[in-house]
Design a protein around this ligand. Structure first.
Ligand code: ADP
Ligand code: ADP
Length: 226
């Protein structure tokens, strides 16, 4: 089970206005939900609050019914994949993927098994000794996803993961993400400003504007409106 609920969530950065005003929504277990909306509408802020990387100013964040507002990121069963990959350029792929597991005191054998399994899923077994600084954008993206899946979290957060890839690679990776969603049986929240991406990936799409939810519905309902 992995259900995420936001109840009257608001966010103001220090000394600033509320950039998230009053958001309430539920992402169901194993659902793939896409947040769309223009730049600055609050997509990343919402994602970072769910990941625990930003304080929540007001409201409750629930994971399977439990309030997790004050839980540090490493104790949340949630992994985030960043737009810029956020890899350590001078560490090997293996060490990049193992980093979070070492932090959480997984055994060496377990770490190796998890990294190798994730590498197989993402077809990057032959890159484990390479360094991100010597790799393509698409390869780095896989490593960034690999680093998230080694933990086997219940929830994945993706912040515009394809925006640095060229059009062809974006299309390929989109298909792979759908496959990954089925394989991992995870709950996914995915941020993009690309409508095609939203329509092809999302079970439901949440349209944000100015820190509020405008619409939250299936792609069929959203885009076939008269
Ligand atoms: P999006 O991801 O939809 O582009 P963001 O969540 O990044 O939107 O930003 C929402 C609003 O919050 C914007 O007005 C942005 O300028 C502001 N904002 C984002 N990060 C910060 C920050 N660290 N400090 C102050 N304001 C911020
Ligand atoms: P078990 O049978 O004990 O669950 P698995 O062989 O299924 O062990 O998985 C070993 C480890 O590989 C898991 O603990 C998990 O971290 C990781 N793992 C399992 N399933 C996946 C998956 N679909 N994608 C990525 N990593 C996975």
């Amino acid at each position: 089970m992995a259900q995420i609920s936001l109840s009257h969530i608001a966010k103001a950065y220090p000394n600033g206005p509320r950039v998230i005003r009053d958001v309430s929504l539920t992402v169901n277990d194993r659902e793939f939900v896409v947040f769309v909306g223009p730049s600055g509408c609050g997509k990343s802020t919402l994602l970072r609050m769910i990941a625990g990387l930003e304080d929540i100013t007001d409201g409750d964040l629930l994971l399977d019914g439990q309030r997790i507002n004050d839980l540090p990121p490493k104790d949340r069963d949630i992994a985030m994949v960043f737009q810029n990959y956020a890899l350590y350029p001078h560490m090997t792929v293996f060490d990049n993927m193992a980093f979070g597991l070492k932090l959480r005191n997984f055994s060496k054998a377990d770490i190796r098994q998890r990294v190798e399994k994730a590498a197989t899923i993402l077809d990057i077994q032959n890159l484990l000794d390479r360094k991100p600084k010597d790799m393509s954008g698409g390869q780095r993206q896989r490593v960034a996803i690999g680093r998230a899946i080694v933990r086997d979290p219940k929830v994945f957060l993706f912040d515009e993961p394809l925006s640095n890839l060229d059009a062809k690679l974006r299309g390929q990776t989109r298909i792979e993400l759908q496959k990954l969603h089925r394989e991992l049986q995870a709950t996914i929240i995915y941020v993009t400003h690309d409508q095609v991406e939203a329509m092809t990936l999302g079970n439901r799409i949440c349209v944000l504007r100015g820190g509020d939810v405008m619409q939250f519905d299936t792609p069929m309902t959203l885009y076939n409106q008269p």
